[in-house]
Structures are given as C-alpha cells and as structure tokens.
Design a protein around this ligand. Structure first.
Ligand SMILES: [Zn+2]
Length: 490
C-alpha cells in the first residue's frame, strides 16, 4: 500500500464494488455488523458464477475430476480427527487495562520486525514481549492472558445443542465421503475430487475486503494417490517442458524452470505434484493474469499448515503486494489416516491388488481473493476514466443495448433487440443519459460490447456494435447480430 498507484487501484476497486454492485459489506445498515462478512451484488454474482464455471472447465473437466457438494456443518469428531480442534489456532493476548485483543505473532512482527512463525510456542512469545517491551498499541497497557484461540465457529445442533462446527475448509467433506465416492464411482488411484462452497474462519482481525473474510468461498481439489507411485504418472508427460515460475525456499527471486528440471533437481518431489502445479499456474495464465505476476512460492516448515508435508503457495502480484490465492499442499496420509483412526472405518483401498492408504495432494483456492485479483488485473486507469478490461468470459454483462435517444421509436426498437438477445447472453438495457456517458459507464464494469440503435436502424435494421477494447465500431445486420456477438465473446 506504500506506493500511491497501489492504494489508488485498491481504492478504485472498492469504489467500483460499492457503487456498481460487485460487493458490499454485509449488514451494512446496522451498527453491530461484524467485520469480515461481505455480500455479492448482482454484478459480483455474475462474475463469481463465471469464475467458478471457468474453474470447473479448466480444472475439474480438463482433469476428469469428480465434484461433490457437501454440508457446511460438520460434527465435532470430524475436527478431532482432522486435528483442527487442537491445531487450528492463532496465538492471542489481551491488554490488562483496555481489554483490546491482539494477534500475538503479528503484533510482535509489527513491533520488532522479527519473523514469528505461527507455531512458535507461547513461552517464546512471552519472552519476546518482555525483551522488546511490547505494550498495548491503544493505551500502553500490559499484555496478559497469552493463549491460543481456535478459529472455528462452534454451533449447537438440535434442542440439546450437540457440538458441531462450521467447516473451516471445504476439503473435510471430501475426505469423509472418500470411501463412498471411491466405491460408487469406480475410480482407481490416482483420482481427484473437487468441491466449491463456503468455509468459515473466525479471523481475529479480518481486513481488506475480499482478501481476509470470516465467511468465504473456496474451490478445493483433493488428489488421492498411492504414495509409492507418485512418480508413475503418464498424464504429466505433456507437461515436462512447461515452465513453472517457482520461488524456492531461501531464494529471493522467482526462477523459470521446466517441470523436468524441477523434478531432476529434486525441487518438486514427484511427477504427480509437478503436473498439478503446472495445471494451477496455467489456470491463472488463462484467467488473464500475466506470467510475471504469478509465482509458486515454496513454504518452509514454520509457515506450512499443520497437516502439510510439502507446500507451495500460488501467489499473484497486486498493488497490495503478493497475495496467496491457492495453497498447494501435499497433505500426505494425514487426512485419511486421521479419519480412519477416529471413525473406525478402514480408509485403505486396493491399488493393483495392493492395499494402500491414499495420500492427498490439494489445490485449495480462495475464490473471493481470486476475484479481487482478476478485477484489479483488469482495471485500466491509464486514460483517466476507469476501464475494466475483463476477459469476455468473465464479463458480468456481455452486451449493453442502448437506444441513441431515450424516446420513441428508438426505445421500442432497442427493447425488441434486448428481448431477442436476453436468453442467450447477459444483456443490459439502458436509455438514461448521453450515449457517450453510457459507453463510459459500461466500460467501467467491463462490458465488452455495446449495441447502439440509431436512425439508420429504423431504416435498414442494422445496429452499431462498439467494442470496449478497440473502441472499433462495426455495422451489423440484425439477422447476423447474435452470431457476431458470439464470435467476439469467443
Ligand atoms: Zn490497552
């Protein structure tokens, strides 16, 4: 946020979001609205739907994954087995005087510049607080009651209020359903199960709109594989020359390296993982983010999630810095092993006659964050007036239908054209204000094509198409309109 251009872009996205109906704070008319909850408005819903469809096409379908849609409320045992009850915690401390609560690791980092791993124990943090004389930022009071705060939302189910939790990650459904899916869908290892849906985390300090929320969308993919065969993965063959952008542990710069080189040098442990890392990097390239703004950063032991044995974060560079969009974790046998132990159900399956407990590699995507990055990436402030250069397949409104003047017979003719297109495209009709102002309004929300109904339309049934990115204008016969639009949208 230090450079002005950066904060300007973030501010502009927030303004657009609020003024044009992409997203808005939840419960905003009430003073007791908790932070970290956001609503998608009409344009945001369309953008999110298109993003998820893109995820489905480019990952789920491309790879032949199976998709499920699981419950958001899960029993306590699930999280005993997954380790979340014990380990999904943040260290906190309270001010003795004003009772302000601080996230301890972040506070110490902010005050001292020392990197504090999430897993540092409380004793160690206490020592740092004393050594650096860290006090409450609001009143200067002493920090007390150091403890771990569990970030899951607890619920009471039924009249007795049985303990249950809102899922903090969507993947737990996938692990619990694994046995049945494996059996009913008749898949052999390796195969992947995907799910998109909401997750809930009681963040101590939610911030920056869609970037850190308490209720958010995840699109998760869990690949189940035989750990002895992670290198026997023919699907990876065509990817061997693909160049990954990796930021290995201990290196300051991002390197471009082919999958083959990354495997030969031991940077990536298996062909299966190299393949899925390639797939996810390609996903964001296809989403319109330029290669130099994408990297896969390797995480060290102090940064990895508690269940991960090997972890890469796919990050995208924005005006706010690098933002983590996808956690790519080798979760090993943690998940199925844990559920096997706690449920008493055997999670081992047959692979070529051999019984194995599948390991899991995951691509855990933050949908809302991805949407922020796509919006920021598309925002062009060069010409003074903001233009959202969204790829056509993400545009919430594909076509705007505009009568040149807001009077008859232009309006009737324009409405007729709107009716003709509305079931096949995402169309908006608008007759208010000058035509120039309307073009700007639609540029601002990323509409790729505006159709103008003018004097000539009334004479010969042709309309003018104006394309957002080229500002080129094209005269088209109404009989060819739908086909022309379809071709341009691609
Ligand atoms: Zn205080």
């Amino acid at each position: 946020m230090s450079e002005p251009e950066g904060s300007r872009k973030y501010g502009e996205i927030v303004r657009l979001a609020l003024e044009r109906g992409f997203f808005m704070p939840s419960c905003e008319i009430y003073g007791d609205a908790p932070a970290g909850f956001w609503d998608y408005g009409p344009l945001g819903v369309d953008l999110k739907r298109k993003f998820i469809e893109f995820w489905r096409r480019e990952l789920v379908k491309r790879d032949g994954m199976l998709e499920i849609d699981g419950s958001q409320v899960l029993s306590k045992k699930v999280f005993q087995a997954s380790g979340h009850l014990e380990s999904f915690v943040d260290p906190i401390a309270k001010c003795e005087q004003c009772r302000a609560i601080y996230r301890l690791d972040k506070l110490i980092e902010e005050k001292t510049g020392i990197h504090v791993p999430e897993r540092m124990n409380l004793e160690e943090m206490k020592r740092l607080i004393e050594e650096h004389d860290i006090k409450c930022g609001k009143c200067g009071g002493k920090l007390i009651d150091l403890s771990h705060f569990n970030m899951m939302f607890r619920l009471g189910v039924g009249v007795i209020g049985a303990d249950a939790y809102l899922r903090p990650e969507t993947c737990q459904n996938i692990f619990i359903d694994f046995l049945r899916i494996h059996k009913t869908m008749r898949r052999n290892l390796p195969f992947a199960i995907a799910q998109v849906g909401k997750s809930f985390r009681n963040e101590i300090s939610p911030r920056q709109g869609l970037l850190r929320m308490r209720e958010f969308y995840q699109a998760e993919i869990e690949v189940f594989f035989n750990p002895k065969k992670a290198n026997e993965f023919p699907k990876a063959d065509p990817m061997m020359d693909y160049e990954l952008r990796l930021k290995p542990l201990g290196r300051d710069e991002t390197i471009e390296i082919t999958c083959k080189e990354a495997l030969d040098s031991g940077l990536i442990s298996s062909r299966l993982i190299a393949y899925y890392l390639s797939l996810i990097q390609q996903f964001y390239e296809k989403a319109g983010i330029s290669r130099e703004k994408i990297r896969l950063r390797q995480l060290g032991d102090d940064e990895k999630a508690f269940y991960a044995v090997e972890a890469w974060d796919l990050e995208v560079e924005t005006s706010l810095g690098w933002i983590e969009l996808v956690a790519c974790n080798n979760r090993g046998g943690h998940d199925l092993g844990g559920h096997q132990r706690f449920s008493g159900h055997e999670m081992e399956v047959l692979d070529d006659g051999e019984k194995v407990l599948p390991h899991v590699f995951e691509l855990s995507m933050g949908v809302d964050r991805s949407i922020y990055c796509i919006l920021e990436n598309a925002l062009d402030l060069e010409g003074g007036k903001p233009v959202l250069r969204l790829p056509p397949h993400f545009a919430p409104i594909e076509v705007a239908v505009l009568p040149l003047l807001s009077k008859e017979p232009f309006t009737s003719k324009a409405r007729e054209i709107y009716e003709m297109l509305k079931l096949d495209f995402d169309v908006e009709y608008d007759e208010s204000g000058s035509i120039g102002r309307r073009y700007l309004r639609f540029d601002e929300v990323g509409v790729p094509i505006c159709i103008t109904i003018d004097h000539q339309t009334l004479e010969d049934d042709t309309v003018t198409l104006r394309f957002r990115d080229s500002s080129m204008q094209l005269r088209v016969d109404l009989g060819e309109l739908a086909e022309t639009i379809k071709n341009h949208l691609g």
